[in-house]
Design a protein around this ligand. Sequence first.
Ligand code: HEC
Length: 119
Amino acid sequence: MKMALAVVLILICIGTSWVSAQMSRGNPKSGQAVYEQQCLRCHGSQLDGKGPDSEDLIVRPANLQSRITRSKTDWELLVAISNGVLFSPMHSFRGKLTDEQILDVLSYVRTMSPPDIIS
Ligand code: HEC
C-alpha cells in the first residue's frame, strides 16, 4: 500500500516537472533579438506580416497575430520555422539558427501572440 503511494507521488513529480519543462522551454527575451534580426523584415514589428520587405513578396508573410496562426500548435509553428513553408519565401531556418534560437524565437512569437486553441 505504501509502495503504491510512493509510486503515485513519483509519477506526479515526474509529470509536473515534464509539464513545467514544456512551458519554460525557449527564452522569449533572446527570441526577440533573433526575431528582430531574422524575421522582422517580413513579419513586421507587430508580427502582423507587414514588415518592410513584405511589399515585394508575391506570397505575403503570414500574419502571426491572426487567428489562423494562433490556433496552430507550437509543433506546427516549429515545423514552419525549421523546415520553411513550401513554395513561399519563408525558407528553412534549420542550420541558420541553432535549435535553441528556434525555440527562443518560437517562445517570443507565442508571448506576443498567445495561442488561441478555442476556435
Ligand atoms: C523572406 C520573408 C520571411 C522571413 C525572413 C521570415 N518569414 Fe515566416 N513566413 C513568410 C511567408 C511568406 C510565410 C508563409 C505565408 C503563407 O503560407 O501564406 C511565412 C510563414 C511563417 C509561419 C507559419 C505561420 C502559419 O500560420 O502557418 C511562421 C510561424 C513564421 N513564418 C515564422 C517566422 C519566423 C519565426 C521567422 C524568423 C526566424 C520568419 N518567419 C522569417 C515570410 C518570411
